[in-house]
Write a protein that binds this ligand. Structure first.
Ligand code: CMC
Length: 429
């Protein structure tokens, strides 16, 4: 028997196995705690709870390490394509040339939306938030693919589902942008690669076809790769929880999009740029906003700072900051928001409140500045995060569904409500 952990409750000692991961991460397997002792564990926000074993992404928040299937994210972001990264996350290994071609071809085959789905876009008011549209559209795909709703999908069905979602998320996102801007839809092209095709669908006008800009393509490639997976974050856990009931992949991913929308998660990239704009409009008074975030009875937070797991630095933020600088220079854009962002970061990194709480810039702090320079509107930023995160969501859903030991997610609670009492009719209350 390996290492064990002892828990003493009501004078009785219980022993539980210690699970050790490949990177020497240690966990106490308490799955039998309640059956043996009657106790459960309580962990607000699951900050100390491992929900599964996973071989997809390794993250060490103290050391600022992030690896996809063992490969450092810095290497992947520099050398790989987004499609290859998606393959790696979903299938576990980098593809051969033949596998890579087949994977890309499957995206081409599934890029177009059913013509009836195009009508859905017309039903939304132009003020609709694109994340709401994205979630609804992804779930609606289930209506057009009843053949892919098998609660126990075969490996071949999972392959098709992955291609459908990875390809269509790009078409839906571009069409949402077109609808918001009163522009006609531009269908995907068979000859363009993943990112150029997306930019082409987004930015071509009836008079002028979008001219591929390699700087923009490369920056977007790096951004999507850096967002591709982040182990058990809020939206990925949501996808796993929904999928654990054997709900289909369209439904599970649609729920993940909703979780990502929140300002504490993916929605932070939109909030960051809005915050920087507010600081600019307020005369650039950075200290005022730092003080507001530090005020003891204020709920205000500096968006783009802090992370549940990174307590040193976010390796993704480091690369993105560098990219933001490069992209703006290459595109010849001078964005005063970048200057404000850099000054804010400098001030925060010296401020005792933030230092003490280990609050560093996260992945969302500089990404919005890059999206803005590319001409992507602010309320599409979280949609860009969703396109990037799609491979991770699919990989986790697949890993969970292929694991014969996975169970429906059903946490417990400690009830702290009223004790039993008798019903009182309305006139006597
Ligand atoms: N500004 C000011 N104070 C903060 C911030 C912030 N951005 N983030 C955390 N704190 C404070 C918080 O008030 C608390 O202080 P105290 O100990 O005095 O009560 C302490 O730091 C710990 O915060 P927490 O809320 O317990 O930490 P958490 O791990 O639950 O939250 C977080 C992590 C990312 C939700 C949080 O840092 C936050 O709200 N950040 C701003 C939103 C943001 O940028 N989100 C994007 C995260 S990266 C993209 C992704 O993967 O989702």
């Amino acid at each position: 028997m390996g290492e064990t952990a002892k828990i003493i409750l009501d004078g009785k000692t219980y022993e539980f196995p210690v699970i050790v991961g490949t990177e020497n991460e240690k966990a106490i397997d308490i799955s039998k705690l309640r059956a043996q002792s009657g106790y459960i564990t309580l962990d607000n926000g699951f900050g100390n709870t491992g929900a599964c074993l996973s071989a997809i992404t390794f993250l060490d928040g103290e050391k600022g390490i992030l690896r996809y299937r063992g490969y450092p994210v810095e290497q992947i972001a520099e050398k790989s394509t987004f499609v290859e990264t998606a393959y790696l996350l979903i299938h576990g290994e980098l593809p051969t040339a033949k596998e890579s071609q087949a994977f890309s071809d499957s995206f081409t085959a599934h890029a177009e939306l059913h013509k009836d789905m195009l009508n859905f876009f017309q039903g939304y008011p132009s003020t609709a938030h694109p994340m709401g549209i994205l979630s609804a559209m992804l779930c609606s795909l289930s209506a057009y693919h009843p053949e892919l709703l098998n609660p126990e999908p075969s490996p071949q069905e999972i392959k098709i589902l992955a291609a459908q979602l990875l390809s269509k998320v790009r078409t839906i996102s571009a069409y949402t942008y077109r609808k918001m801007n009163g522009l006609p839809f531009v269908p995907p092209r068979k000859d363009l690669k993943y990112i150029p095709n997306f930019l082409y669908m987004m930015f071509s006008t009836p008079k002028k076809e979008y001219k591929i800009d390699q700087t923009v393509v490369d920056a977007l490639r790096a951004l999507l790769i850096l967002h591709a997976d982040h182990e058990q974050n809020c939206s990925t856990s949501t996808v796993r929880v929904v999928g654990s009931s054997w709900a289909n992949l369209f439904a599970s991913i649609s729920a993940g999009v909703c979780a990502l929308w929140g300002p504490l998660h993916g929605g932070a990239n939109q909030e960051v740029v809005e915050m920087l704009e507010q600081i600019k409009a307020d005369g650039g008074n950075i200290q005022k906003y730092i003080d507001k975030a530090k005020a003891p009875d204020s709920n205000y937070r500096l968006m783009g700072f802090g992370h549940r797991v990174y307590k040193n630095f976010d390796p993704r933020a480091k690369i993105i900051k560098q990219k933001a600088d490069e992209v703006l220079k290459k595109l010849g854009v001078h964005d005063p928001l970048l200057d404000i962002a850099m000054k804010l970061e400098e001030a925060v990194l010296k401020d005792e409140y933030f230092v003490k709480r280990k609050l560093y810039p996260n992945v969302d702090f500089y990404s919005g500045i890059i999206y803005k320079a590319m001409g992507i509107p602010v309320d599409m930023f979280t949609v860009m995060f969703a396109i990037g995160r799609m491979p991770g969501w699919i990989a986790h859903w697949k890993e969970m569904r292929e694991n014969p030991d996975s169970k429906i997610c059903r946490p417990r609670q400690v009830y702290n409500g009223k004790l039993q009492r008798d019903y009182v009719p309305i006139g006597k209350r």
